[in-house]
Design a protein. Structure first.
Lengths: 140, 177
């Protein structure tokens, strides 16, 4: 078997004459067209990640403070009202001539609340026409 | 010039171009021949060598000196080679082991000396998988240590030794045919 160690090491490939003299200039001309490399220092690399993260955290804190202050404001009003005695509330309402319609308009009714209210005002029990006549006769 | 000195010249904005020119002149032949032995054709080797140095120019700002400059440059060149060979085979729907064009280049002696046994050796090398051929070239022709080749390729020293010895056996069988 032919041994590799018996074969002399040779470079059998040729290059065009003057190739290695010209190659650095060719590369430099290609590099001149493309932008210069940006020397990135370790602290600028850290900033690249730290800045967006800091901005995100700051935005989160701002949003949370806004949210919790408006929430606590709502809670404060409700707890304030809850602390006022019903008699005091009734007296206030009498003094200020507020009608029921005025009060109802200030409330944000949900559809369930409206349905419940409608049922309470207009609910008719499951009675027959005859039974209803008897009830009306009795009341007269 | 030492690598440290080269890098400091490149990192200084006033001497950046001069420093990079020096780097090219220092490493151009080693990189070119490393690539040429893999791709065989001069024009392909020329294109790839230029691409390697352009990539070095773009990335040298990020070079953290946790590896030697030489092994970092060699790694870029190695990856360019392997990517090129993979793309070439895919483009022409060739199986990975198809080396018809390279064999014909060797037979035609275009840019290759007439030594028959050397041509036969090159043909034998072309029967090896690209990565194994790469390792063989770095060990046999460039005389790099297994430790350096390990840094360049990211392969363990043990695996490299096994790969090289298998390559030698395959080549010797081919040369005997």
């Amino acid at each position: 078997m032919k041994k590799l160690e018996d074969i002399p090491k040779k470079n059998i490939f040729d290059v065009p004459e003057g190739y290695f003299d010209r190659l650095p200039e060719i590369i430099q001309s290609r590099i001149s067209v493309s932008p210069a490399p940006v020397m990135i220092h370790s602290w600028t690399r850290a900033l690249r990640y730290a800045l967006p993260l800091t901005a995100f955290i700051a935005a989160g804190i701002f949003w949370y403070q806004n949210y919790s202050s408006s929430f606590s404001a709502r809670v404060d009003v409700e707890s304030e009202l809850a602390s006022i005695h019903s008699d005091q509330l009734a007296a206030y309402l009498d003094d200020h001539e507020l009608t029921t319609e005025d009060l109802v308009e200030t409330v944000n009714w949900s559809s369930d609340e409206l349905n419940d209210l409608e049922n309470a005002v207009y609910f008719t029990p499951d009675v027959t026409h005859r039974q209803l006549e008897e009830i009306l006769d009795e009341s007269n | 010039m030492e690598d440290k000195e080269l890098l400091s010249k490149i990192r200084n904005p006033e001497t950046q171009h001069y420093g990079f020119n020096l780097l090219v002149r220092t490493y151009q032949q080693r990189i070119y021949w490393h690539i040429r032995k893999m791709v065989i054709d001069h024009d392909d080797a020329d294109d790839l060598t230029q691409e390697v140095f352009i990539k070095i120019h773009k990335a040298i700002g990020n070079f953290r000196e946790d590896a030697q400059l030489f092994t970092w440059i060699y790694r870029i060149a190695t990856n360019e080679c392997l990517t090129f060979l993979k793309k070439k085979r895919r483009r022409f729907f060739l199986p990975l082991e198809d080396v018809g064009k390279e064999l014909s280049l060797i037979d035609s002696s275009a840019g290759i000396s007439e030594d028959e046994i050397q041509k036969k050796l090159q043909k034998a090398l072309l029967t090896l998988p690209d990565k194994q051929r790469l390792v063989f070239n770095m060990k046999y022709f460039d005389d790099l240590s297994y430790e350096v080749i390990s840094e360049i390729t990211g392969t363990s020293v043990g695996a490299l030794k096994a790969s090289y010895h298998h390559a030698v056996k395959k080549i010797e069988v081919y040369l005997t045919q």
